[in-house]
Design a protein around this ligand. Structure first.
Ligand code: SF4
Length: 187
């Protein structure tokens, strides 16, 4: 089990331990103060999976969204869905975070930032993102090779191995697994 992530650490933790799909959503949310529905679901359930408590989740999304929409509209349009994801509204289902397969098979449209960058980014954008994660040119070519062969989870696994300097024999199959393995390495 992992220590619950707290709001004051979330930016630092996103940089140190999130897989690229979630880093991208996180950065876009901080930048645009908004995410469309697919992004809110993908990132929101992931954050729930890393242990962000409901109250912190509401504070986190509120802080960004109210820079654009005002807090009345946030409460009306967005807070319900966040509580819903935590099983506090509607059918009270405890929704689980998306596995890689689901993220990879999603179909982000214009203005969407969800999905798997290995599958959905242009080559230039993916190379730039991998560079920001600190990959060497050799490491990057290995990743791009997997991408060209449509082995997106293997590309993510190689990224993990390059970033943390350790092997990941199980392979990456879930964004929350990536996070947990990263936290293990950094501990
Ligand atoms: Fe995220 Fe999985 Fe894609 Fe990695 S392979 S970026 S964890 S969806």
């Amino acid at each position: 089990e992992y220590a619950d992530i707290s709001l004051k650490d979330i930016d630092q933790v996103s940089k140190s331990s999130f897989p690229l799909c979630m880093r991208h959503l996180f950065e876009k949310l901080r930048e645009d103060h908004h995410l469309k529905h697919g992004g809110r679901m993908q990132l929101g359930l992931f954050l729930k999976g890393v242990g962000l408590k409901l109250d912190d989740a509401l504070a986190f999304w509120r802080e960004e969204f109210t820079k654009k929409v005002g807090s009345e509209r946030f409460d009306k349009e967005y807070a319900y869905a966040i509580r819903h994801n935590y099983g506090k509204e509607g059918k009270r289902t405890d929704y689980t975070p998306y596995a890689c397969q689901k993220v990879i098979s999603s179909a982000p449209g214009v203005g969407d930032h969800h999905g798997c960058p290995y599958r959905h980014f242009s080559e230039d954008n993916l190379r730039a993102a991998l560079g920001r994660m600190g990959l060497s040119s050799r490491g990057m070519e290995d990743v791009m090779d997997k991408v060209k062969n449509k082995h997106y989870q293997l590309a993510c696994t190689l990224t993990f191995e390059a970033v943390y300097g350790t092997s990941c024999d199980a392979g990456i199959n879930h964004p929350n697994q990536y996070f947990e393995e990263a936290q293990n390495v950094l501990k």
